[in-house]
Design a protein around this ligand. Structure first.
Ligand code: NOJ
Length: 922
């Protein structure tokens, strides 16, 4: 949820001032309300187009059966078995929007050393605070095609999060995937391909979690457009957009990177705002219970996106483990779907105690305990018995020396309100200004540099000489005159674009603007700080014009220059008349270099073929290191090695209309993924539509040869994977409903108004009489083991290596540089399933190769890489053929694949005709 503005906080506070100085809940009314809201009316959603089904999937598979979580679960079980109902509920529910230092804050269980846990954005840095690094965005990491850099960034991100006391970092993002080129948040993820996204996500998770910080892979699933993403309150008025995704597409595209992140051990998953197939993601039993927890064997915490919870019992039964930020429909009123309501629904038997125990065991197993220093803040709101020092080790090891938060997401001041949303709040230390940047600028700069993608370079225009006469145009070259953080959550496009807008941002400690870096490097530089081409310029033949343009997007809570998150107004064109600026410069100067900072693909047809447009550089979203990383490339200190993480089409209409933004419909907007597997290059290839630049395209200052490819069969092909092992045992607890006294207000408790507590005024009055209208299909008998499951991420046999490929890469040019080797698979010609012609399945980036130097690159192809999701058997099937081979195409983009290896003959050759259309350039 958007950070709510001060004014709205104030208004809500004033409106509700008279309602409750200290909240005294009327639990009879609360129960009635809960039953109304949690019952059938809230679970009934609008109908979706035929064929798209959110089938019910109950009960929630409990966690604890995956072998490398066994120790954590065993220790968590000992703790959870001794918790009171209040302590358990506390851990599941946020304490309310703006009720703690972080964007999300759980309740605590201090008797066990578990403090309020701090959940904090973002995927590119610690958001809403100071003294952090503003790393390049996910899309920039994707453009490096470097697994090592993805990991290095994750490691640095996690170190900063830990240094600030963040327990759960709200990133990385692998959904959206970039299905819609205009989608607002594509830039937070790694590119328009499941395999590229998967590597970006999984390596980032590993890096973050190496610090003991829990990573959150988000948003599950189908968050492909920003407009209409949330329910409009009251919910009957308008439901969140429904992403209607068929089962095969869900498996082969959108859930692929989530499965890989789960396999990498990610500790948390955030559900998306949108519905999936007509059922809200926060309570979509098929997505949470079925896909995440059963098939993908996810053992960690499933949380909802901010204020996306729309029912209490429904979401609990569908598998949600943590409600964020805790509030019900409307924040700041002290009302919740869980907290005291969850206590009620467990006491009255509606939510099985086993489900609550599973939520809490997942949380405790994942987070571990933080050695806590009690502050006055803590002791006022959280005192519950004695703090023990009996630390134990859990999955992420946060029991050892983990710092509490030392910043506030609500204010930059050193002191401020402890609970900004409370009617009356004491004052606290809010910021200790801990500097966590270390030398992370280096990894940030490495990524920004390695992402830079050279699309066009006629006559070796680049690299430039430092003595060239340079005329620089466009406000995207300079800093926002009001400062790089002048706009909250970067919701403006003023100056160089280092990141999109929304909660996926961080404050810049500085923003090294390109013009400053160019001036540091080159002797003869004139800058025209305008997006209009100046009149009256005279150009000489040797002048070189560099034109900076950009294209921005972000999250739906802010509209920037008419764009409501998605690029709804600008389309895929550059902002601020960027195209006209390029054209004007091209009319004047013989040599024009275009530098583009962008959230995603843009259309370049207006100027790409102009004779004086000699070089085009995509610098993506470089974060704080926009300057030196660019000049490192422009002036030839490094050869570019970035490759496009998406295709650049000739026209937006080259894509199917189903990937356009969808507009208003009464009650609920339907977004039906009718193009199925055919997004980006998959669609263009199928319809023989030439892109302008192919997916993966990227030039270098040097040249590489790729020769002597080999293929080795490792595991014999079988159409179905070996049968998975059965699900193992999970913690067993007493099923007796706990004494109501466990959720009575503790004696003398000084409640903070509107803070969300697990306590009830008269818990003894709760009885199990009365009926609850359970969701359709609700059952308590466990589902049979899904055939595709068996471990974190799915059946472990899916990662069996089927083939190993190798190729010799040699730097045949004059510059040192790095090559990227990509492998695209083509299924056997007799494959009965309709399948994209080629699909990326593996890639590796070489080390820096000096001129003449070579490297043997090896790549692995797994069972999953060769499999198709069979919706009937609910399993991954390899279309094994004795006559038609799999072809493995090797090259450096989806259109430059010069080598091919065959599965059956075991032969590799070059010069084979590629079965896809050639791009217009590159
Ligand atoms: C909403 C965004 O969708 C999510 O990505 C973010 O983590 C939360 N708000 C918290 O700010």
């Amino acid at each position: 949820m958007a950070r709510v503005t001060f004014i709205s906080v104030l208004l809500l506070t004033l409106v509700s001032l008279g309602l409750a100085m200290v909240r005294t809940p009327n639990y009879a009314a609360d129960i009635k309300r809960a039953q109304q809201l949690q019952g059938s009316s809230k679970n009934k959603r609008n109908s979706v187009p035929a064929g798209y089904v959110a089938a019910p999937y109950y009960p929630t598979p409990p966690g604890g059966w995956v072998s490398n979580w066994t120790a954590a679960y065993a220790k968590a079980q000992k703790v959870v078995a001794n918790m009171t109902l209040a302590e358990k509920v506390n851990l599941t529910t946020g304490v309310g929007e703006d009720m703690g230092r972080c964007v999300g804050n759980t309740g605590s269980a201090l008797r066990f050393g578990i403090p309020n846990l701090c959940l904090q954005d973002s995927a590119l840095g610690v958001a809403d605070t100071d003294n952090v690094t503003a790393f390049p965005a996910g899309i920039t990491v994707g453009a490096t095609w470097s697994k090592a850099l993805a990991y290095a960034r994750g490691l640095a991100l996690g170190a900063e999060a830990r240094g600030k006391g963040v327990n759960i970092q709200l990133g990385p993002v692998v959904g959206p995937m970039g299905r819609k080129p205009r989608g607002g948040r594509n830039w937070e993820g790694f590119g328009a391909d499941p395999v590229l996204q998967a590597w970006g996500g999984a390596e980032t998770v590993k890096g973050i979690q190496a610090n003991g910080v829990i990573a959150t892979i988000k948003h599950f699933i189908g968050n492909e457009q920003e407009a209409y993403r949330m329910d409009i309150i009251p919910h009957g008025l308008m439901q969140a957009i429904s992403s209607n995704i068929d089962d095969r597409t869900l498996h082969e595209l959108y859930s692929w990177p989530f499965a890989e992140a789960i396999r990498a051990g990610v500790g948390a998953v955030m559900m998306s705002y949108n519905d999936v197939n007509g059922s809200a993601s926060s309570q979509n039993s098929m997505m949470i219970n079925g896909i995440l927890k059963d098939e993908f064997g996810f053992q960690g915490i499933v949380m909802c996106d901010w204020l996306a919870q729309i029912s209490g019992v429904g979401s609990a039964l569908a598998g949600l483990d943590m409600a964020m930020p805790g509030d019900g429909d409307i924040p700041f009123f002290g009302l919740a779907y869980w907290a005291y309501e969850l206590s009620t629904s467990v006491l009255n038997g509606t939510v099985p105690l086993s489900r609550l125990n599973d939520m809490v065991t997942r949380i405790v197993a994942t987070i571990s305990r933080v050695p806590l220093v009690l502050t006055s803040t803590h002791s006022k709101t959280l005192r519950r018995g004695m703090l023990t020092r009996d630390y134990q080790w859990y999955q992420l090891g946060q029991d050892q020396d983990y710092p509490p938060p030392n910043f506030s997401a609500n204010t930059a001041n050193p002191t401020g309100l402890c609970y900004p949303a409370a009617v009356f709040s004491p004052t606290c230390v809010t910021n200790e200004y801990v500097n966590v940047q270390a030398d992370h600028f280096k990894v940030a700069r490495n990524i920004s540099r390695e992402a830079i993608t050279l699309l066009k370079n006629i006559n070796n225009t680049l690299p430039l000489s430092t003595s060239a006469v340079l005329k620089i145009f466009g406000s995207d070259a300079e800093n926002n005159p009001a400062g790089p953080n002048a706009c909250s959550e970067r919701a403006c496009d003023t100056g160089v674009l280092g990141m999109g807008w929304g909660t996926g941002t961080a404050n810049y400690p500085y923003l090294d603007a390109p013009i400053d870096a160019i001036k540091r490097k080159a002797a003869n530089v004139t800058y025209y700080s305008s997006d209009s081409f100046p009149s009256g310029l005279t150009a000489t033949a040797s002048d070189i014009a560099i034109v900076f343009v950009n294209s921005d997007s972000g999250e739906n809570q802010d509209t920037v220059e008419g764009n409501d998150g998605d690029r709804s107004a600008s389309g895929l064109y550059t902002w601020h008349g960027g195209d006209a600026l390029v054209e004007a410069a091209a009319a004047k100067y013989a040599t024009v270099i275009v530098v583009i900072h962008t959230v995603g693909p843009i259309l370049v047809e207006n100027w790409i073929d102009l004779p004086s447009v000699k070089a085009v550089v995509f610098a993506h979203l470089p974060g704080q290191e926009a300057g030196d990383s660019l000049t490192d490339i422009l002036f030839g200190d490094y050869s570019p090695s970035g490759h496009l993480p998406y295709s650049i089409p000739v026209a937006e209409s080259d894509y199917p209309s189903s990937v356009s933004l969808v507009g208003f419909e009464f009650f609920q907007v339907q977004d039906t993924f009718s193009e199925g597997l055919y997004i980006d290059y998959r669609y263009l290839n199928k319809h023989s539509i030439a892109p302008r630049f192919a997916f993966g395209h990227g030039l270098s200052y040097t040249t590489f040869s790729r020769t002597s490819a080999t293929i080795t069969a490792v595991t014999p092909l079988s159409s179905t994977p070996p049968t998975r092992a059965s699900t193992g045992s999970t913690p067993v607890y007493s099923t007796a409903i706990p004494p109501a006294s466990e959720v009575a207000w503790p004696a003398g408790f000084n409640a903070i108004s509107r803070y969300l507590y697990p306590y009830l005024d008269d818990p003894q009055s709760i009885s199990s009489s009365g009926t609850f209208n359970y969701p359709t299909g609700y059952q308590t008998t466990p589902q049979p083991d899904p055939p595709a499951g068996g471990d974190q991420g799915g059946n472990p046999a899916l990662w069996d290596v089927m083939f190993t490929l190798s190729v010799n890469v040699t730097n045949t040019g004059k510059f040192a540089g790095k090559d990227v080797v990509m492998v695209f698979v083509q299924y056997p010609s007799d494959n009965p399933w309709d399948t994209p012609i080629i699909q990326l399945r593996a890639f590796e980036k070489t080390d820096t190769l000096a001129a003449g130097e070579g490297e043997v690159v090896t790549l692995q192809i797994t069972r999953k890489d060769l499999s198709i999701w069979d919706v009937v058997s609910q399993n991954w099937i390899i279309p094994v053929s004795s006559t038609a081979p799999f072809l493995f195409w090797i090259g450096d983009s989806s259109a430059n694949l010069t080598l091919a290896c065959e599965s059956l003959s075991g032969k590799c050759s070059d010069g084979r005709a590629l079965p896809v259309v050639a791009p217009k350039s590159g």
